[in-house]
Design a binder for this molecule. Structure first.
Ligand SMILES: Nc1ncnc2c1ncn2[C@@H]1O[C@H](COP(=O)(O)OP(=O)(O)OP(=O)(O)O)[C@@H](O)[C@H]1O
Length: 246
């Protein structure tokens, strides 16, 4: 469902010179699978996800999403992908319902299909209590639900979550993680980027540990534990990302 092949992205930075944000990474994600990208700040997670969403172009390598090529079929990729970050971008002057419907129309959905999807999403995400509330009056948790509904309105087979729980309180975090787990049950292919190990342990079927633009390890948690002879994910992570000096 998602195939990433030797993807590389370099940026030119006036202070640092050439920065290799993503360095020849490859991985695949199957339907019904949550694939975790775990890495510290600056590891290259967001850059990778932005390339998959066709917001950025890779310097080298490529990827297909739901069978469509990110370079030659970016419009089709966007139609088959839902993207959620922690930056909710909810408009102050639109209600929850207006915002979600607006995104559905951007995806070219018919009114009938849109009504169906809105009803089902507002029900499952428990959004009916604030469907007519303006963005300006919503709590952070409400805004995050609107963002989730907006990302899911066109029922895409591929979902990309970039640190979706950062800045949320524990209750809302739990809610968001439960919603993501439900989506796996519906057969979606999901990429979930985070630097929170507990979330990876709870949610992800497979993971890649990223640092300095590279994938340092990739597999199920069990495979990584066996390969690196380290049961504790936190210890495993530190041994890869910040190995002891000397
Ligand atoms: N537009 C840009 N111009 C220059 N450098 C960039 C640009 N975007 C990202 N970078 C650099 O690329 C590297 C990877 O950044 P990226 O945002 O992908 O990491 P990340 O793993 O998502 O980190 P975080 O958890 O902090 O969001 C960093 O060194 C960052 O400074």
């Amino acid at each position: 469902m998602i195939h990433v092949e030797q993807l590389t992205k370099t940026f030119w930075d006036s202070k640092r010179g050439e920065v290799t944000a993503v360095d020849s990474i490859s991985f695949t994600v199957q339907p019904g699978e949550i694939f975790g990208l775990l890495g510290p700040n600056g590891a290259g997670k967001t850059t990778t996800l932005r390339i998959l969403c066709t917001v950025l172009q890779p310097t080298e390598g490529g990827a297909t999403v739901a069978g469509y090529d990110i370079l030659t079929q970016p419009g089709m990729v966007r139609q088959h992908i839902g993207f959620l970050s922690n930056n909710t971008g909810v408009y102050d002057r639109m209600t929850a319902l207006e915002m979600v419907r607006y995104y559905g129309r951007l995806h070219g959905m018919t009114e009938e299909r849109l009504n169906e999807r809105v009803d089902s999403l507002f029900e499952t995400l428990k959004m009916n209590d604030f469907r007519d509330m303006l963005g300006a009056k919503m709590s952070t948790g409400m805004k995050q639900k609107v963002s989730i509904a907006r990302a899911l309105i066109h029922d895409p087979p591929v979902l990309i979550f970039d640190e979706p729980t950062s800045g949320l309180d524990v209750l809302v975090q739990r809610n968001v993680l439960q919603s993501i787990a439900q989506l796996r049950g519906q057969g979606k292919a999901i990429i979930f980027s985070t630097h929170i190990m507990r979330e990876v342990e709870k949610l992800c079927d497979r993971l890649a540990i990223m640092s300095g633009g590279k994938i340092l390890a990739c597999g199920t948690l069990e495979e990584l534990r066996n390969q690196h002879q380290q049961h504790d994910l936190e210890e495993l992570f530190f041994s890869l990302v910040a190995p002891p000096i000397g």
